[in-house]
Design a protein around this ligand. Sequence first.
Ligand code: SF4
Ligand code: SF4
Length: 64
Amino acid sequence: MAKKLANVNKNICVACGVCALECPREAIRIHNGCYAMVNEDICVGCGLCKKACPAEAIELKERG
Ligand code: SF4
Ligand code: SF4
């Protein structure tokens, strides 16, 4: 299991979908067209979504 996990700030996310396109694991879906949701079982914490997000809505957090 990866140590880190992408975490979306739903209040900042504008649901553009860029992160979902960039994720090499297809771990992100846009929930009801409102915000990005990360599948925690699939995310490997690579950070590509964070780099790609134009709204800076994604942070990497340590897994608990
Ligand atoms: S950190 Fe990597 S694997 Fe996880 S959601 Fe972002 S792009 Fe996908
Ligand atoms: S790239 Fe950023 S703003 Fe766009 S859907 Fe993903 S988290 Fe939301």
